[in-house]
Design a protein around this ligand. Sequence first.
Ligand SMILES: *Cc1c(COP(=O)(O)O)cnc(C)c1O
Length: 529
Amino acid sequence: MTMNSTGRSTTPASGEANMTTTVSGSRGLLQAEGLIFEIGSADKTGVDLPEPRYLGKERGRGDRLGGVDRSASTGLPGLSEPEMMRHYVRLSQKNYAIDLGLFPLGSCTMKHNPRLNERMARLPGFADIHPMQPQATVQGALELIDELAGWLMKLTNMPAVAMSPKAGAHGELCGMLAIRAALLARGEPHRKRVLVPASAHGTNPATAVQCGFIVDEIDAGPDGKVHMAHLKEKLADSSDIAGIMLTNPNTCGLFEKDIVEIAKLIHAAGGYFYCDGANFNAIVGRVRPGDLGVDAMHINLHKTFSTPHGGGGPGSGPTVLSKALAPFAPVPFVVKTADGYKLVEHEGAGEAQESFGRMCAFHGQMGMFVRALTYMLSHGADGLRQVAEDAVLNANYLQAKLKGEMSPAFSGYCMHEALFSDAFLKGTEIETIDIAKGLIDEGYHPMTTYFPLVIHGAMLIEPTETESKAELDRFIDALSSVARRARQKDPSLKTAPHLAPVKRLDETRAARSPRLRWTPETPAMKAAE
Ligand SMILES: *Cc1c(COP(=O)(O)O)cnc(C)c1O
């Protein structure tokens, strides 16, 4: 009998092994659940609405919709209240969540979200206010935004911060628009070339192009960092250089050790230094990007400072700006006056004379601001420093424990995430995707796969500082066992996951031709299955 590290048997009890199907479709207290269109019906509702006044004989008269009211059912499926509750809870059980276990997605920083943050974000003074409320009635909220801005400037040693960007990529857009505005103000619109290392996050080149820049790629060196000779080559003719977009720590999980020299070279070439700071959690409290020569950097509040962000949002990407770029910051921003806090809302006048404009309708993600400041205040300055130290320690522990089973992409220490290549799978026919799917059967959401592109069959694992040693060991045991099975050419990995409610999908087809509209199943479709 095989045992796991806590001494529990990992082989099914006799009789269990063959039990792959059930009459109900449910498995081990997990209820099978159909789509709402399959289980609901148009004549059912969980709410009790009063009869509209104009129905019956009176129809048409006194009709407040001027005769355009609906006469037929919308056809939307209805459920009773308990059915509705169960539907969504059952669906949620098919999901993986940070509250269920370690979530190893690299470059995503899936860390525990302290419940204190949630409590604070729900205080009525923060949760129930409206962005168009008179400013005199939301002084506390404005003060919170200002206080958070102060922490971000202090942590980065930068003189300004734009709070309104609503995600990391939106922050990149903000920083690059500020760079464009600065170049235009200098009378140098021809500076259009932005250098982007091969290991960049995909959002970097996308943002540069979105702002009308031309992307010029710099190679990664054999050590996973920017290839300095190649960079210098690209700067030989610098008359059209707008700047560089560099991720630090980069997506290989490594600190760009030449970053100060890179900043100097870019500035000497007349360009600006955009730093992708999404991985700030690896250096917060230890390194101040302002000291490295950075001109603009977004910070993902939803990564570094917790706040839930599975499933695509919400995010928040405040962008710190250097002295050179600060005048171009977007509106609105908060200023402190003798009469309290004030929002500067219009570009082209007063404090916002040179502002490039607006990133979004209102002021940013208030709920995220409250959560992030709560996180900062509850950790304190020393606690934030420890966040970075523990994030790096955990990633290195994981890398050290797994290096016998898998192939680290680089030798030496990593920062907050550990990167592996598929070299250990050579000759097995097992690929990175099969390792990811095998991990699902072991109870874990897969790590980031096939990214960064500079590493063949990449597997990027970010454990974060919130995992205990016991949780890390548990994950390491699971992943080691999948890696071992792969090296032994276990064919069942090619069809994993076997235990998940949904098996292997044709992901390419799902992305290329998604079925976004439900249509009732026809007998022909049933027969085809
Ligand atoms: C997450 C991430 C981004 C994008 O952030 P979003 O909030 O998803 O838009 C950009 N760069 C890096 C390095 C990231 O890890």
